[in-house]
Design a protein around this ligand. Structure first.
Ligand SMILES: O=C(O)CCC(=O)C(=O)O
Ligand SMILES: [Fe+2]
Length: 505
């Protein structure tokens, strides 16, 4: 818990002191992904009353608690289970949707108008706080707009049924929150929340601080921000043999599931993590809008085959933080002197922190976006392409969508794993830019799980696949192709662009 002899604690942000605390907020988001907020505007009396009401709901008989279900599976009652034998929770999905909170209260037979008022007032106040936090994050990144608009938020009240015998064991398993951010009223008396230190990997105890709230950033924040916001790993330990209660508001993600890094957050040259915290540093790290990017030795451009190894301290530090290293840029020129083919590649290195499909997504999206940006700028610099900003966005979005299709499939749990090995995934995008037809090939090599995408027309048992039911077999092949779903250890990613021909303008 100590770094250089100093006990580390998560940062504390004063919500009434903005914009002065904006830099501190962004540093907390980038370096910790977990911090406390004070002066957040939720009255202490309301926090206390909500805690009391939550306790009474979680003390209801299990027959009533199991009535708590939601349209989205897994967001209602979580009973005690083998993996978390002392943990249970009640949940209300999309609490801002009219009727949802009332339905939650009806399911739990809450007839006391006072209890209903408390939960309703608390949910509203927390929801507004979540939206406010979204604005502060956008401002801190030098962006404007309304990031969380229309995103569903889930209210969840957690109970840890600790006993003296359980002390020293884990009440809430190590995880990252899959959504964008979580605002948590933790237990004022029974601590136990622990955040993993981003640099050292140590567990840091997030000590109770009455009246404050904890904010945890989730996987979507890391993906959306292109790695600037850190999705913190955390767990809940049993420090005391007393019941522990916490109340979480999860800002989940957009309903249609599409979320990508804004163009402003995909930048070159790659800045160091610590220079990402101020809007000024982001502006200065942006590529010049129409200027050429210098990739290295100019004289190399004349050679038939050019290999430039990415260098520079900033790039290295960023690569280390992201767990990958920019490996190569290889280009080939045709007889007419024009660039015919360009390949950008990054390969896995640095620390291994990729564990599940969310992590894989969080890991690859920034890398893919960065490579696409490098590719676009190189095409521009070669004089072969003059894309409008709109075209540039479309190309980038197309490439990213293709490459990440796999992750979406595996992230949604639609994949049935058949085996493991080293897998290769490749996608082709044909496009016309600057009067030339080109083919962009994205390829990913990974230690992969060989899997079948099990969609609606999933192949069941031995039937259908070219067997007795031959027609069914064809259907299965059409709708559920064999895919290589990227597993836990991506090895390299490459983007290659080749000019196929020239069209008359
Ligand atoms: O109970 C806590 O303090 C943490 C809960 C948590 O991490 C979660 O609900 O995702
Ligand atoms: Fe969590």
């Amino acid at each position: 818990m100590a770094k250089g002899g100093v006990v580390r604690t998560v940062p504390v942000i004063d919500m009434q002191d903005f914009p002065a605390q904006s830099g501190k907020l962004m540093e907390a988001c980038g370096e910790w992904g977990c911090f406390r907020i004070i002066n957040h505007g939720i009255p202490p009396a309301l926090m206390g009353e909500m805690k009391a009401v939550s306790r009474s709901l979680l003390d209801l008989p299990v027959e009533i608690k199991t009535r708590n279900s939601t349209l989205v599976q897994g967001k209602g009652y979580t009973p005690l289970n083998q993996a978390s034998p002392v943990f249970e929770a009640l949940g209300c999905y999309d609490l801002a949707e009219p009727g949802n909170l009332d339905q939650f209260l009806d399911q739990l037979c809450v007839s006391d108008p006072h209890q209903r008022e408390i939960i309703t007032a608390y949910s509203k106040a927390m929801y507004e706080l979540g939206m406010d936090m979204g604005h502060k994050l956008l401002q801190g990144l030098g962006l404007s707009g309304d990031l969380f608009n229309g995103w569903p938020c889930q209210l969840r009240i957690n109970k840890y049924n600790y006993t003296p015998e359980y002390v020293g064991s884990t009440g809430g398993l190590l995880h990252t929150d899959p959504g964008f951010l979580t605002i948590l009223q933790d237990d004022e008396i029974v601590g136990g929340l622990e955040a993993v230190d981003k640099d050292t990997g140590e567990y840091i105890s997030v000590e109770p601080m009455p009246g404050s709230l904890v904010v945890n950033l989730g996987d979507l924040a890391e993906i959306w921000s292109n790695g600037r916001l850190w999705s913190v790993k955390h767990r809940v330990q049993c420090y005391k043999g007393l019941i522990r209660l916490s109340i979480a508001l999860f800002v989940l993600g957009p309903k249609d599931g599409a979320l990508g890094a804004p163009e402003e957050l995909v930048m070159f040259p790659l800045p160091s993590p610590s220079s990402l915290i101020s809007p000024e540093s982001i502006q200065s790290a942006m590529p010049p809008p129409d200027g050429e990017i210098d990739f290295g030795r100019e004289e190399d451009e004349e050679e038939e085959e050019v290999e430039v190894v990415g260098s520079g301290e900033m790039k290295k530090r960023y690569a280390k933080q992201q767990g990958f290293a920019m490996a190569k840029r290889t280009s080939r020129k045709g007889k007419d002197g024009n660039l015919k083919n360009l390949t950008l590649q990054c390969s896995r290195g640095g620390k291994a922190r990729v564990q599940d499909s969310n992590d894989v997504l969080a890991y690859w999206l920034p890398n893919t976006s960065t490579l696409l940006l490098l590719l676009q700028h190189t095409l521009k610099a070669s004089g072969a392409a003059s894309l409008t900003p709109q075209q540039r966005r479309t190309t980038s979005a197309l490439g990213i969508s293709c490459v990440l299709l796999m992750f979406h499939i595996s992230g949604l749990g639609l994949v049935q794993v058949l085996g493991e090995g080293v897998g290769f995934f490749c996608c082709f995008v044909f496009m016309s830019t600057g009067g030339r037809w080109r083919c962009v090939v994205a390829s990913v090599v990974a230690e992969a799980k060989i899997a079948v995408a099990a969609g609606r027309r999933r192949w069941r048992g031995g039937k259908g696949r070219g067997g007795a039911d031959g027609g069914g077999g064809r259907r299965w092949w059409r709708r559920s192709p064999v895919v290589v779903a990227l597993g836990s250890r991506p090895l390299s990613l490459a983007l290659s662009s080749s000019i196929l021909g020239t069209k008359e303008e």
